[in-house]
Design a protein around this ligand. Structure first.
Ligand code: SF4
Ligand code: SF4
Length: 133
């Protein structure tokens, strides 16, 4: 049986010891450089190849064709006509994502970026689907 005097001395001792746990959320969290957080999307780089969608183990990412920009008219006769450019949007389902970074490593155009953003909790499930344009 633990003696009350022993308990009291432990309590007094711990009043003056620095806490061993992190002070988050009252203090800023220390994030490691290789931390895997929310995925970001750089739309102009995306070519719509769907490689990221194929490798995602949790079906967390969708790439949809958003617009087709018509080709610019040739300025000088004889120059090749610039092809139509397709623009893609990304829908990221944060509630499905397991932050494995497979999509980031697979993207041939570096259009997906892993951020260190981890404060993603929300009371609305709809808010966990991010639409990147
Ligand atoms: S990090 Fe992993 S789970 Fe999340 S979207 Fe990319 S491939 Fe899918
Ligand atoms: S792998 Fe990259 S380029 Fe291909 S659809 Fe995904 S984000 Fe776009």
């Amino acid at each position: 049986m633990i003696k009350p005097a022993r308990i009291f001395s432990e309590v007094i001792k711990h009043l003056f010891i620095k806490p061993a746990t992190s002070g988050y959320p009252f203090e800023k969290a220390k994030i490691m450089p290789n931390f895997r957080g929310r995925i970001d999307f750089d739309s102009p780089k995306c070519i719509g190849c769907q490689m990221c969608v194929k490798v995602c183990p949790s079906k967390a990412i969708e790439i949809r064709l958003a617009a087709i920009q018509p080709p610019a008219p040739a300025q000088v006769e004889g120059q090749p006509v610039v092809a139509a450019k397709r623009k893609f949007d990304c829908f990221m389902h944060l509630d499905h994502c397991v932050y494995c970074a497979q999509c980031v490593e697979t993207c041939p155009k570096d259009a997906l970026i892993m951020t260190q953003d981890f404060e993603l909790a929300h009371t609305s499930r709809a808010a966990l689907t991010r639409h990147y344009k």
